[in-house]
Design a protein around this ligand. Structure first.
Ligand SMILES: *Cc1c(COP(=O)(O)O)cnc(C)c1O
Length: 414
C-alpha cells in the first residue's frame, strides 16, 4: 500500500500541510481523514467545526488558552539535555519533558484547550472517552478547572485494569460510566460517547482525546498539541544552538507525535520518526503497529491506516503500554507516511521495558511505558548514526505504570 499516491501529489500534499492548508474543506489529508458518521451526528460535527474555526484563531481565546497553559498546566515544559544517555549512545540527546505538564503527560494541553472551547460553545456538560484513563483524568481536571460537569466513558475491562485512574477521575469530580458493549475497551468507549452525543448535541461537548476520529478532531487536537513542537523548536535553538538531526515520538492515536512533528515539518533537514508498539511480534493481534503493518480502511468515522484482517474485521491489539493499544491512528500520520516525510518504526514490549530501565538509571526520569518506545527506537538509530543531535518527545511520566512495571523487575544495568 506504501505508494497510494503519485509522486507529484506527494510534494504538493506535504507543501499544503506545511502551509496550514490541510485538512481540506472535506476534512481530508490527501486521501485520509474525512467524516464517516451517521446522519444524526452531522449537525453536532458541523457546530463543532464552525466553533473551532471561529474561536481557535480568536486572540481572546488564544490569550485564555495561553494563560491556562502557563499558569495551570505549567508550560513551557523543560527541554533537558541528557548527558549520560548522550555519552552511552554516542549522540547528543535532548528530551522534551511533557512528563512535567500537569497530570503527568501531554494530554492536558488538548483537554484544557477543548474544555475552554466547550465553554465558548455554550455547552452545559462535557463527555469524554478514555482507554487507560489518562485522557479521562486530564478531562476531569480540565472540566473542574472551567466549571463544567464531566462524564467519562470507559470500557469495563479498562476500569478493572486501571482502577487508580478511575479513583483519580472520581476525586476530580467526574462521573465514570462503564462500557460493557463491544470489546469493552477504548474502541467501545468512543462508540458509546458518540452515541451519547447524539442524544443532546447542543448541550453536550464531546472532548476527544487524540488526533483521531472524524473531522475536525484530528485537526483540532493537532492545533492544541502543536505547542509541544513550537516550544521544542525554540528551546533547541536557544539551548542546543541549533535544530536536531532527528526527532522521535511514540504513536498511539498520534497526538503527542503530531504535536511535536507538525511545527518541524518544514525543516527538511530534520528526520522525523514515529514509534509504534511492536508488542510481542509481527503477527496480527500481537502489536499495535498500525502504520508499520496496517492497511487503509475506515475506523470510528475516519479513513486511515488500521489493523484489520482480510475481511476488513478490525483486529484486537496488544501492547505492554495501554496508551499505544489502539487499532487505528490519526489520518495526518497516514498521509505523512504516504508522502514520505515521516517514517514509522516499531519497538517491542521488551525493547521498551529495557529502554525505560535505562532512562531511569541514566537520567533519573521514570518515563511512561508509551514514551519508552520512542527511547528504544532512538537508541537503535543512534547506534547506526553516530554523532547526531537527537530530540525525543517525552510524552509522559511512568508513575501510572507502576502496577505493570511491578511484573517486570529491573534487570540491573552494567
Ligand atoms: C495517551 C498517551 C500516549 C499515546 O497517545 P498519543 O495520542 O499517540 O500521543 C503516549 N504517551 C503517553 C504518556 C500517554 O498518556
Amino acid at each position: 500500500m506504501k505508494s497510494v499516491l503519485p509522486a507529484m501529489d506527494k510534494e504538493a500534499l506535504l507543501a499544503a500541510d506545511i502551509a496550514g492548508e490541510l485538512p481540506d474543506a472535506r476534512g481530508r489529508f490527501g486521501p485520509f481523514g474525512g467524516r464517516y458518521i451517521p446522519e444524526t451526528l452531522v449537525p453536532a460535527f458541523d457546530r463543532l467545526e464552525q466553533g473551532a474555526r471561529k474561536f481557535l484563531p480568536d486572540p481572546e481565546f488564544q490569550a485564555s488558552f495561553q494563560r491556562e497553559l502557563r499558569e495551570w498546566v505549567g508550560r513551557p515544559t523543560a527541554l533537558s539535555f541528557a548527558p549520560r544517555l548522550s555519552k552511552k549512545w554516542g549522540a547528543e540527546v535532548w528530551i522534551k519533558r511533557e512528563d512535567l505538564a500537569h497530570t503527568g503527560a501531554h494530554k492536558i494541553n488538548n483537554a484544557i484547550g477543548q474544555a475552554l472551547l466547550a465553554v465558548k460553545l455554550g455547552a452545559r456538560r462535557v463527555i469524554a472517552e478514555t482507554g487507560a484513563g489518562q485522557h479521562g483524568v486530564a478531562s476531569a481536571a480540565a472540566c473542574a478547572r472551567v466549571g463544567l460537569p464531566c462524564r467519562v466513558y470507559m470500557g469495563a475491562i479498562d476500569m478493572e485494569r486501571q482502577a487508580p485512574n478511575v479513583d483519580r477521575m472520581l476525586r476530580l469530580g467526574a462521573e465514570v460510566i462503564p462500557v460493557k458493549t463491544g470489546d469493552q475497551t477504548l474502541r467501545a468507549a468512543i462508540d458509546e460517547a458518540m452515541r451519547e452525543w447524539v442524544s443532546d448535541p447542543e448541550g453536550t461537548y464531546y472532548l476527544l482525546g487524540s488526533a483521531v476520529g472524524p473531522h475536525p478532531y484530528p485537526w483540532l487536537v493537532r492545533e492544541l498539541q502543536a505547542v509541544i513542537g513550537q516550544e521544542a523548536r525554540e528551546q533547541m535553538m536557544r539551548q542546543a544552538g541549533g535544530l536536531p538531526d532527528v526527532a522521535f515520538a511514540c504513536v498511539g492515536g498520534g497526538s503527542n507525535a503530531i504535536g511535536l512533528f507538525y511545527p518541524l515539518l518544514g525543516d527538511a533537514g530534520i528526520e522525523l520518526i514515529g514509534v509504534e508498539a511492536g508488542g510481542t511480534g509481527d503477527g496480527l493481534g500481537q502489536n499495535a503497529a498500525t502504520l508499520a503493518t496496517g492497511t487503509p480502511g475506515v475506523l470510528q468515522g475516519c479513513y486511515t491506516m488500521i489493523l484489520q484482517d482480510d475481511d476488513g474485521q478490525v483486529q484486537e491489539t496488544h501492547s505492554v503500554s495501554a496508551g499505544l493499544d489502539y487499532s487505528g491512528v490519526g489520518p495526518e500520520h497516514a498521509m505523512l507516511q504516504a508522502v514520505g516525510r515521516v517514517s514509522y518504526v516499531t519497538a517491542t514490549d521488551d525493547e521498551a521495558l529495557d529502554a525505560l530501565e535505562e532512562v531511569c538509571a541514566e537520567e533519573g526520569i521514570l518515563t511512561a511505558l508509551e514514551t519508552a518506545h520512542a527511547y528504544a527506537a532512538a537508541r537503535r538509530w543512534a547506534k547506526a548514526n553516530p554523532g547526531k543531535r537527537i530530540l525525543i518527545g517525552n510524552s509522559g511520566r511512568g508513575d501510572k505504570d507502576m502496577p505493570t512495571l511491578s511484573k517486570f523487575p529491573p534487570k540491573g544495568r552494567k
